[in-house]
Write a protein of this length. Structure first.
Length: 342
């Protein structure tokens, strides 16, 4: 069987991590110095789909490391409603693999009019978005042909990690950035296929995260939808114990993503609540207190890298699950690589 493009592109993540860190070093040093001289009052992000999920990872990273609030802005504010925001004291980060979605372009134009510092995390350096921003941070993921993003998602998360490390000059974050290529390579050797194969007939499932792992939960839920046509929903460990538990019954599939930090306790507690209701749980993390099928991960990863390793290991398994359901993981129905929303 020919290996799926999704699988092959995800396998490039370690090389992308190394290339991005090396080639973006001067860009990030200059940007961080600029931000330290004139500290913004808040950070605003503009993104859709997988890019928005990576921005959620970046939100928690920046809020924890810098104490600055981060808000995800709705692109339709500019493209549909013609609204204007006061972003004069903001760092505005536009995140896009293609750099061509009309609504993201219009919100970025509005941010420039509002005198925000506009930064672009963009993979296509020849795109309109790349030409529009004040500071371009190339993702350097290279061409990505599978409709479902993998290496570009991880590259975006790494760009946020690089920014936070340079901005704070925090040794732990800098070390995590340096370790990223090796961690992603090791995660690619963690085989989740046997554990996920039991969900071949699944119709719905939950993906649970918190903090740094919540954006990864959102991304994994999207991938289940895109590639496997499974109705998957991502929840914070705090939120799932409210209304969503009403849907859980014996055999209900659930994947819990331990963030490897202070949020681990709540994720483990939510996972235990799910198993008590009979859920078919898979647990990705270091906790030994969870009654579920533990998924393999590289040992002793720092908290900023554990969620990225979870995404990388998942990418190695999701194509096989899609194929077992008779689907082509690289060509989901009704979807295109570039989504031109307005």
């Amino acid at each position: 069987m020919v290996e799926a493009l999704l699988t092959r592109e995800a396998a490039e993540a370690a090389a992308v991590a190394l290339r991005q860190r090396t080639e973006n070093a001067a860009i990030m040093t200059d940007l961080a110095e600029r931000l330290r001289i004139k500290r913004p009052a808040f950070v605003a992000t503009c993104a859709r789909g997988s890019s928005d999920h990576a921005a959620t990872y970046g939100k928690y990273l920046i809020e924890l490391a810098l104490g600055l609030p981060v808000a995800s802005l709705g692109p339709s504010l500019a493209s549909v409603y013609g609204g204007e925001l006061d972003l004069s004291r903001a760092l505005f980060i536009a995140v896009s693999q293609s750099g061509r979605s009309p609504d993201a372009l219009r919100l970025t134009e509005a941010a420039k009019r509002a005198d925000a510092l506009v930064v672009g995390f963009v993979n296509d350096e020849a795109s309109p978005l790349a030409e529009m921003v004040d500071v371009l941070v190339p993702l350097r993921a290279g061409p990505e042909h599978s409709v479902a993003a993998t290496k570009s998602f991880l590259a975006t998360c790494l760009a946020f990690l690089h920014l936070a490390a340079e901005w704070t000059q925090d040794d732990a974050l800098s070390t995590a950035l340096t370790q990223a290529p090796e961690a992603l390579d090791a995660a690619g050797r963690c085989d989740w296929r046997p554990a996920l194969s039991a969900w071949r007939e699944a119709r719905s499932l939950y993906v649970i995260g918190r903090g740094l792992s919540f954006g990864i939960a959102q991304e994994i839920a999207l991938k289940f939808k895109e590639t496997c046509r499974i109705h998957a929903e991502a929840f914070s460990a705090a939120e799932v114990r409210h209304g969503p538990l009403a849907l859980v019954e014996p055999g209900f599939p659930a994947l819990a993503l331990d963030p490897g930090d202070e949020g681990s306790t709540s994720v483990a507690a939510a996972a235990s609540a799910l198993t008590q209701l009979g859920a078919d749980l898979r647990y990705a993390g270091a906790s030994g207190e969870v009654d579920g099928r533990n998924l393999p991960l590289p040992p002793a990863l720092p908290a900023p890298l554990l969620p990225l390793a979870q995404a990388r290991a998942f990418y190695g398994a999701v194509a096989a699950l899609a194929e077992s359901r008779g689907l082509d993981p690289d060509r989901p129905p009704h979807l295109a690589k570039v989504t031109r929303t307005v």
